[in-house]
Write a protein that binds this ligand. Structure first.
Ligand code: GTP
Ligand code: NA
Ligand code: MG
Length: 443
């Protein structure tokens, strides 16, 4: 949140990966909390921001790696859920990130949402490191805790080292299949060509210094342009919208550029299109003082904004600070509310619950050379069914729905029609099923 004199802002670090691979526990280590244990069902349900200032970063890293010089003002971590149903939030997190940590359970290797996360990072060209977690579960482990990987590795027997390497090679091979060349971080000479794998145990707080050291190094080396602080314009992304009764509407927001102050006018997307409102209060979560109000904040920061108007704000919308005329911001917000998807004259029809996941489905279809005729947000309705029923090309008579339901009149229409409707909450299975259906139709 603080801005260094050299005018770099905190890089935003998104933590992504398959469910239960240890993302939240890893962040608990970094901030010294126990959030993961308190989550209902042990499942993260939303994006949360964690701010680590330069002092804390320095304290953790320099304990082991004395020669690292830290120029960034800190790191802003955002946690994301790994559960299949939350691909929308993974996509949103991926879009916000300057850099990312892909958490992989070293004993399980790549799983469906690991692969989905890789695709998101590739799509946004986000550099990332791999945290190979749960190294304490590898056979022959000599227990240790609250240490760097480097220190813990030194005390392990050859049998353990062999088992560890076996698992790392497995991950290296699996990543290679996805076009990623990787290696254990202490064996890498050129970080521009090879992705770093850092072995960690989030449970025992092992490897955190190593993770932060590699992240800091990457950010300082490769992100200098992305993380230049500028107060020419102020922007953020709304992660969650809450209507708090008499308090009005609050927006949990990641501020990624500029400065925001109480009283500022902001533009954002609502159910009724782009609108402006005013910032009534800014709340931040400080690790030692709890929730407190601030007059103004600088990027990057995770903040809660209380607005003066009762608006039906679209989760995921950008917020843009307005100085005079909102017209240009409105244009941008309108563009943003339309999916960034190439549609063709012929192709399949897709539906998804939100913009991010609609784009994720479109991206996967494109990777499989399947064209899209129409893409929109929301449940499958009667209108969707009727539209597709009127198409003559048998290859177009299909609707693919990701994380959506079918409205009652839609279901009725579907039952009396012969079009194909595929719904589900796992992108890979949906695409597979659609590909199979299309190739069967062709032959
Ligand atoms: P979602 O947010 O639901 O996707 O899960 P997550 O990736 O945040 O995983 P979480 O941190 O909730 O951890 C899942 C389970 O794995 C918990 O029971 C943790 O205690 C356990 N766990 C996490 N890291 C480690 C580790 O390094 N070693 C061991 N043995 N268990 C771990
Ligand atoms: Na979990
Ligand atoms: Mg979690």
């Amino acid at each position: 949140m603080e801005t260094a004199k050299n005018n770099l802002r905190e890089p935003i670090v998104c933590v992504l990966g398959h469910v239960d691979h240890g993302k939240t526990t890893l962040l608990d280590d970094i901030r010294g909390t126990t959030v993961a244990k308190k989550e209902s069902g042990g499942i993260t349900q939303k994006i949360g921001a964690t701010d680590i200032n330069k002092n804390l970063l320095e304290k953790i890293v320099k304990n082991t790696f004395r020669n690292v010089s830290i120029k960034i003002p800190g790191l802003l971590f955002i946690d994301t859920p790994g559960h299949v149903a939350f691909s929308n939030m993974r996509a949103r997190g991926g879009a916000l990130a300057d850099i990312a940590i892909l958490v992989i359970d070293i004993n399980e290797g790549l799983m469906p949402q690991t692969i989905e996360s890789i695709d998101i990072l590739k799509k946004f060209k986000t550099p990332f490191i791999i945290a190979a977690n749960k190294i304490d579960l590898i056979p022959y482990f000599i227990s240790a805790k609250n240490k760097s990987f480097y220190e813990v590795f030194k005390i392990q027997r050859p049998e353990y080292r062999e088992e560890l390497d076996k698992r790392i090679y497995n991950i290296i091979n699996q990543l290679y299949v996805h076009g990623i060349s990787s290696d254990r971080y202490d064996r890498i000479s050129d970080f521009t060509k090879t992705f770093a794998i850092v072995p960690v145990s989030a449970k025992l707080n092992i490897g955190i210094a190593d993770i932060l050291m590699v992240l800091t190094g990457l950010a300082q080396k490769f992100l200098e342009n992305e993380i230049k602080f500028s107060d020419e314009s102020t922007r953020g992304t709304v992660i969650e919208v809450k209507k708090e009764g008499s308090l009005g509407t609050t927006l949990d927001t990641i501020l990624y550029q500029g400065i925001l102050a109480r009283g500022d006018t902001i533009a954002l997307n609502t159910a009724n299109g782009p609108q402006t409102t005013k910032v009534k209060a800014i709340l931040v979560n400080s690790s030692n003082k709890g929730i407190m109000e601030k007059d103004k904040v600088s990027a990057a920061a995770g903040i809660r904004i209380l607005i003066t108007d009762k608006l039906d704000v679209t989760p995921g919308t950008s917020i843009i600070k307005i100085l005079d005329n909102p017209e240009q911001a409105f244009e941008e917000l309108t563009r943003e509310s339309k999916p960034n998807i190439n549609v063709s004259e012929n192709g399949v029809t897709i539906k998804a619950e939100a913009l991010g996941s609609l784009e994720a489905v479109a991206y996967e279809l494109d990777q499989n050379n399947i064209k899209i005729r129409e893409a929109s947000i929301g449940d499958i309705t009667k209108k969707d069914i009727i539209n597709v029923s009127t198409l003559n090309d048998p290859l177009e008579r299909i609707i693919i729905g990701f994380n959506v339901g079918i409205s009652p009149d839609g279901r009725e229409a579907m039952e009396s029609s012969d079009i194909k409707v595929i719904t589900g909450d796992v992108i890979y299975s949906l695409i597979e099923e659609a590909s199979k259906w299309l190739s069967d139709k062709k032959h």
